[in-house]
Design a protein around this ligand. Structure first.
Ligand SMILES: [Zn+2]
Length: 163
């Protein structure tokens, strides 16, 4: 049993969240009070605004997904047009990427990597967890740096390092 610092009610230890650094391994506030505190924090205007923005962002992604679904012909057409007008640039980028992959490969993992690409679930891209193109980190085109990511997530991620 332990007294909660906030509501001053004696409660069994299980009603307190764990905290490794504490003597008894539990927080000084009961779970109920912690929840209340968090709820109060979430209800501040600042946090409400943040929440709204987050929602707006996901809405945008969803909106684009639907737009894409309904206008796939139009989008394909303009993508093809772009590709036609930028043939040289495209082949330049493709070559650059191939060279990058070759430079980043480790000898002996070709088959494993090939399998990762072959077993890719539909609608997913093979993503480099640490981007191949990132300037600060060593480039790795190796099995343990590959993961499946829904296509849209991969496009969003681009070359950013994950948080
Ligand atoms: Zn309490």
């Amino acid at each position: 049993m332990k007294f909660c610092r906030i509501c001053n009610i004696e409660k069994p230890l299980i009603k307190f969240a764990t905290r490794k650094s504490a003597k008894d391994g539990r927080r000084n506030e009961c779970k109920l009070c912690t929840n209340k505190k968090h709820k109060m924090y979430r209800d501040t205007p600042e946090q409400k605004k943040k929440k709204k923005e987050r929602r707006k962002k996901t809405y945008c992604v969803e909106y684009y997904r639907i737009y894409r679904k309904n206008n796939i012909q139009k989008i394909r057409k303009s993508a093809n047009k772009w590709a036609k007008n930028n043939k040289e640039y495209r082949s330049h980028m493709q070559k650059k990427r191939e060279v990058l992959k070759r430079q980043s490969s480790l000898y002996g993992y070709e088959d494993e990597i090939k399998n990762i690409y072959i077993n890719r679930p539909p609608g997913h891209h093979v993503d480099h967890i640490i981007p191949l193109n990132h300037k600060d980190v060593c480039r790795l085109h190796v099995p343990w740096n590959l993961q499946y990511l829904p296509a849209i997530e991969n496009l969003k991620k681009s070359n950013k390092l994950c948080q």
